[in-house]
Design a protein around this ligand. Structure first.
Ligand code: NAP
Length: 242
């Protein structure tokens, strides 16, 4: 899926990876971008009349229904919005575990379900879900988040199989640590959101089904592929439990 001439809706486009994805899509010649955000006043001025800002809290069914009406011409749905609670899922607040699942899994799934009729109107279209390398291994300080991203990765696989007959190609994106607000408290090397977005757009052009857009995430996936327990052991060591 070459983003050139495509009409794309990007959730959580006001900051972080979402904002960088808007910029990267504009750079490669997207036809139109719906830059969706919970608070429209927080969306930066992209200074480009191909961008239309829309209000969209993905946990709000009315917002989703309105977005389907407003953005009925898209052929790419880019589900980027997400939240992360940095707590133990066993000892931290249960409502935070619930929130990770509500936003990252159920609300993202609701977006896919709502936009399928829109996407199916095109000869060819795509859904891109930003999951995480945490879909493959649970980082205990992000226990609920990791579980929610595993659920999203699984739903992405289901959608890929179910939607093939509608010519909707479905992709997961599985970043490692990226230098955004979400990862602000993580003391480690991080890729920039700009490089991450550029790599996502390039990988989509190459038709990669499951994208690992940064070196650290890609390295962790290689370890997982070799033996998933090796990645688990590496994470345990990070937590001083190896
Ligand atoms: N940064 C990383 O290390 C990393 C690694 C792997 C995967 N990811 C994933 O990448 C995606 C983007 O994250 P980021 O790093 O750019 O984090 P970020 O800077 O914290 O941005 C998160 C974005 O999601 C939006 N959002 C949260 N809840 C929402 C809701 N209910 N409805 C609509 N928008 C909502 C936020 O909007 P507000 O401004 O209104 O809060 C914000 O635009 C997420 O799915 C995240 O899980 C990030």
């Amino acid at each position: 899926m070459d983003f050139k001439n495509q009409t794309i809706l990007i959730t959580g486009s006001n900051r972080g990876i979402g904002k960088a994805l808007v910029e990267a899509s504009l750079k490669v010649g997207a036809k139109k971008i719906y830059a969706a955000a919970r608070d429209v006043s927080s969306v930066p001025d992209f200074n480009d009349d191909r961008v239309e800002v829309i209000e969209l809290d993905i946990t709000n069914a009315n917002h989703i229904a309105k977005a389907v009406e407003l953005a009925g011409d898209i052929n790419v749905l880019l589900n980027n919005a997400g939240v992360a609670d940095f707590n133990s899922m066993l000892e931290g607040p249960m409502d935070r575990v619930q929130r990770d699942m509500d936003v990252n899994y159920f609300a993202t799934l609701a977006m896919m379900r709502a936009f399928i009729p829109v996407l199916a109107r095109n000869d060819f279209s795509a859904i891109v879900n930003i999951a995480s390398i945490a879909a493959f291994v649970n980082f205990p300080m992000l226990g609920g988040y990791s579980a929610s991203k595993a659920a999203l990765f699984s739903a992405t696989q289901a959608a890929r199989i179910e939607l093939a007959s509608k010519n909707i190609s479905v992709h997961s994106v599985n970043p490692g640590p990226i230098d955004t607000d979400m990862a602000a408290g993580m003391e480690m090397d991080k890729a920039t959101p700009e490089d991450t977005a550029k790599n996502i757009v390039e990988s989509l052009k190459d038709g990669v089904p499951d994208i690992f857009p940064d070196a650290q995430g890609a390295g962790m996936f290689e370890l997982w592929k070799d033996d998933y327990r090796k990645l688990e052991a590496a994470v345990a060591e990070m937590h001083g439990a190896g």
